[in-house]
Design a protein. Structure first.
Length: 302
């Protein structure tokens, strides 16, 4: 990956975090911790990896993405907006009465969402079905699913894993956001699931690992998944919950709550500084930087 591509991805992810923060603060509700830990992964997927066309979200030959940890829409919705599926102003509808952007991934009302999710464990099952359908139809699209490490407590995840291995779904790539925390605390205390690489391997998967905040590392893992034949791949992405905001990082208390006014101002200041620094490194114009720092524009675009 060249330097400019890496810089653009980092700046775009920072902008997406800023948008996610504003969504949750405005709605006074939402999940920031696991959204921020996944933002770099989603940014690379939509900006570089997935074969998609925002102008044709229903293209039958497109790659599919399923947000199995479906409560992390403060990551998915900004990512879709920055990829061009809809204007960023629509993010102001997040969890709003009468709005069309629910707190969990919604395929019927949000352009670009391939599967409605929210009940943990079910998203990966849907992704297995999509991948199997692609095989049966002779299609060459790939299916990606993002899970949380806390989500692996769900037995349905492992039932889906068995099915994916049985049908040799090498067009399926699951990515686990291993940030080490879930709503009740550290995952190794709530319900230990390690060693995850050995467990997935025992279920017939190819298991890989990456740094979920290093774009070269994520990119290399995705490339290896594409080359794997005869079995599905899981990428164990080591991340930091709440990445990008100092007081949220590695803090399970930020799994699912909105910041107050003071916390919002601090978080916004930190994220805006990252957008500006990274945007300049990426060579963004003054107008683009200004637009990125505006956050969620109102209906008039201001």
């Amino acid at each position: 990956m060249d330097t400019n591509t890496r810089a653009n991805l980092a700046a775009t992810a920072a902008q997406a975090r800023l948008l996610g923060l504003e969504m949750v603060y405005s709605a006074a509700s939402g999940h920031l911790g696991g959204s921020f830990s996944a933002m770099d992964i989603l940014t690379l997927l939509y900006q570089r990896e997935l074969r998609v066309d925002p102008a044709r979200p229903g293209d039958p030959d497109r790659d599919r993405f399923v947000l199995s940890k479906g409560h992390c829409t403060p990551a998915l919705y900004p990512t879709l907006a920055l990829r061009g599926y809809f204007p960023a102003a629509e993010l102001g509808q997040f969890r709003a009465i009468g709005g069309h952007m629910s707190g969990h991934a919604e395929m019927h009302h949000v352009r670009g969402v391939d599967m409605s999710t929210g009940s943990l464990g079910q998203g990966i099952s849907a992704a297995v079905g999509m991948a199997l359908a692609g095989k049966l139809d002779g299609k060459d699209y790939r299916v990606y699913a993002l899970l949380g490490d806390g989500e692996l407590d769900e037995g349905q995840v492992w039932e889906a894993a068995m099915s994916a291995a049985k049908y040799r779904l090498d067009n399926l790539c699951a990515i686990v956001d291993v940030n080490g925390l879930q709503i009740d605390g550290p995952t190794d205390q709530v319900m230990p699931t390690e060693p995850l690489d050995q467990k997935f391997a025992a279920f017939g998967w190819h298991a890989a690992a990456c740094d979920g905040h290093d774009f070269d590392s994520i990119d290399a893992a995705l490339a290896a998944a594409r080359s794997e034949k005869g079995r599905p791949t899981v990428i164990l992405a080591r991340t930091v919950k709440g990445k990008g905001v100092s007081f949220m990082e590695n803090n399970a208390g930020w799994h699912g709550k909105a910041p107050n006014a003071e916390q919002y101002q601090q978080a916004r200041s930190e994220l805006a500084a990252q957008v500006e620094t990274l945007g300049r490194q990426a060579g963004w114009s003054g107008d683009r930087l200004s637009a990125a720092l505006t956050g969620i524009p109102n209906k008039e675009g201001n």
